[in-house]
Design a protein around this ligand. Structure first.
Ligand code: ZN
Length: 393
């Protein structure tokens, strides 16, 4: 069983996202902290859940058997994509916005609304144009009933005129699983599975690549290299001949890697074929030494000759973000810029600026479609700070 849709979780880092994801899926998405600890580059975490419906109670849940005792009816599988409040992860979230079909936006009742980070997240949701937003008012147990109502009014004022205007606001007590069924109900009502073009040329964004073999494995028992990531359009099947771009560095050029798909996995199951939704792993017969250690993060896999162009100069129609914590001045020519697009990260220099379009010369080429959303970061002090977002034109 593979997830049909991806729902991003946004909001302040302390507003209870991990607890909510646990209440929704029964799992912790704490892979981030582990990955951060291991010093690996930051990427999105996923947790899948199946949604069921009980006719007798007219209620949605993640239970195969309702608490009333009746067998429930399977509706669909959902993947929650965790994009925590950390700035670098927000950058990743913007870059990955093409894989997100809807968003849960968490706002804790224990603080007045908006907190600076909450305002920044709404600005980002606005800038990348994520629709299908559901606001989750968390931590209602920490305030009185009248304060919770007052806080709801603060939220309504805050979202006026934004992409989240008219979004439903659902109060929950995630630690005790209270009102979680309302979230499932609103997700089922407000975030339908988009019509996917299964005939489109497949696009698979690589967010991980690894060697699954334990050290010392006999040669005959070695597994080929594995790619993890997200399919955003089309279908992939076992046996498909595909290619990966930009590819392997050969002297002065990058050579696409051609291979056959020998296995497909979703979070929970082996698949014969994969459609967009959730995180997917592709098994290959490639030498695992070339796929180890996330060597191919940011690459794209698809049918040979059908992939986006590999480019080292991009034109970006951009907007600068209004940030309260940093002075975000207009871009300058020759300024260094870090871009994040789908799962790829690139460093480059602004070669030209004209009419809201920045021409950026990248150090290393990336494989990218026109129209892709990108996040822009600039150096402020000693750090790269998220400063804008845009679209490849
Ligand atoms: Zn029931």
């Amino acid at each position: 069983m593979q997830a049909e849709i991806n729902i991003g979780t946004f909001g302040h880092v302390d507003h209870g996202k991990t607890t909510l994801t646990k209440a929704l899926t029964g799992k912790w998405t704490d892979t981030h902290s582990e990955e951060l600890k291991r010093g690996i580059s930051i990427r999105l975490g996923y947790a899948d859940v199946s949604v069921y419906y009980c006719e007798k109670c007219n209620e949605y849940s993640n239970l195969e058997k309702c608490k009333c005792g009746k067998e429930t009816e399977f509706r669909r599988r959902i993947s929650f994509v965790d994009s925590p409040g950390h700035e670098t992860l927000m950058t990743t979230a913007i870059a990955a916005s093409s894989i997100i079909d809807g968003a849960l936006f968490l706002i804790a009742a224990s603080e007045s609304c908006p907190q600076p980070q909450t305002a920044e997240h709404l600005m980002i949701l606005n800038a990348i144009g994520i629709k299908n937003i559901i606001i989750i008012q968390t931590k209602i147990d920490l305030v009185s009933k009248s304060r919770a109502i007052e806080h709801k009014n603060e939220i309504e004022n805050f979202i006026k005129g934004s992409v989240a205007e008219n979004a439903p606001i659902i109060p929950v007590l995630a630690t005790h699983g209270i009102n979680i069924e309302s979230i499932f109900e609103v997700i089922e009502e407000k975030i339908p599975t988009p019509k996917r073009d299964v005939l489109a040329a497949p696009r698979f964004y690589v967010s991980r690549s690894f060697d699954v073999n334990k050290p010392g494995t006999e040669i005959a028992k070695l597994h080929g290299g594995v790619f993890g990531g997200s399919l955003i359009q089309g279908m992939l099947k076992i046996g498909d001949e595909v290619e990966l771009r930009p590819g392997l560095q050969k002297n002065t050029f990058l050579e696409p890697i051609k291979f056959k798909i020998v296995s497909l996995h979703s979070e929970a199951d082996k698949l014969e074929q994969a459609h967009p939704g959730g995180l997917i792993a592709i098994g290959t017969l490639l030498d695992p030494s070339i796929t180890k250690s996330d060597m191919f993060v940011g690459a794209v896999i698809g049918h040979p000759g059908k992939l986006p162009p590999v480019v080292d100069v991009i034109n970006v129609k951009y907007v600068l973000l209004e940030r309260k914590d940093i002075e975000n001045l207009p871009f300058r020519q020759t300024e260094s810029i870090v871009i994040n697009a789908h799962t790829a990260t690139g460093i480059g220099v602004i070669a030209n600026l004209a009419k809201g379009i920045a021409t950026i010369k990248l150090k290393r080429p990336i494989c990218i479609d026109k129209g892709s959303k990108i996040a822009l970061s600039r150096r402020i002090g000693h750090r790269w700070r998220l400063c804008g977002c845009g679209t490849i034109s």
